[in-house]
Design a protein around this ligand. Structure first.
Ligand code: ADP
Ligand code: MG
Length: 208
């Protein structure tokens, strides 16, 4: 199974559903170490992305993700809007059509590069990067060892969830949370948590 237009649309639908369902949790996490808008930011962004996709006749999965990224940049005010927006645009731009698991792994790596180019966060800074980095590594490893798309995506989701949990003891060094310094220790990062939702949604969408 390759990653095609139908799966790309299913992925965005699954993210929108997950963000909708987990909005309160994301808001709670962002209330502890930020300004409490992460859940509503992402809900607004992915709802708008779904609406934008309704009017689109995409010529491949890259177009679906590109449109999603552009919509996130324009609709989400917080730090996460431009970061996720650029990430989805980069994944879309790097995707061949249709994409085998190894090609999707490399496209997801391009998304991580885009987040890091814009946000300048290193692993361990308690950000999106702390979930996206292990997810890419797990996806790559799975694809390189012959896993199919659902299995590679499931491995990436596990790794992203572990990465998000591993942000708990970290001190935030980037974004709004960094102003709270030591007080961020003991809280899971909202952005790493939403990245885990994004990779879990990919696993669900590819599992059919
Ligand atoms: P804001 O911080 O502007 O209110 P959000 O609440 O939507 O925006 O998003 C906060 C999340 O954004 C954080 O939990 C963190 O994971 C992520 N983030 C913030 N700055 C960066 C950065 N420079 N690089 C990567 N991720 C970041
Ligand atoms: Mg916030």
């Amino acid at each position: 199974m390759d990653f095609d237009t139908t799966l790309a649309e299913a992925w965005i639908r699954a993210i929108a559903a997950a963000v909708d369902q987990e909005q309160a949790r994301l808001t709670e996490l962002d209330s502890a170490i930020g300004d409490g808008d992460h859940g509503s930011n992402l809900r607004r962004g992915f709802t708008a992305a779904l609406t934008a996709l309704e009017g689109l006749r995409p010529d491949g999965p890259g177009a679906v993700l590109g449109k999603t990224g552009t919509t996130l940049v324009s609709k989400v005010g917080g730090a996460s809007g431009p970061l996720y927006g650029k990430a989805f645009r980069a994944v879309g731009a790097a995707l061949p059509e249709p994409a085998a698991p190894a090609a999707l792994a490399e496209a997801l790596a391009s998304g991580l590069d885009a987040v890091r180019a814009l946000g300048k966060a290193e692993p361990g800074d308690k950000t999106i990067v702390d979930a996206w980095t292990p997810a890419v590594a797990a996806f790559r490893h799975a694809a390189a060892t012959g896993a199919d798309l659902p299995a590679a995506a499931a491995a990436a989701a596990e790794a992203a969830e572990q990465g998000a949990r591993d942000t708990v003891p970290l001190r935030a060094r980037k974004g709004r949370a960094s102003y709270l310094g030591e007080r961020t220790i003991g809280h899971q990062d909202p952005g790493a948590t939403s990245t885990a939702l994004i990779f879990r949604a990919l696993a669900e969408a590819t599992a059919g």
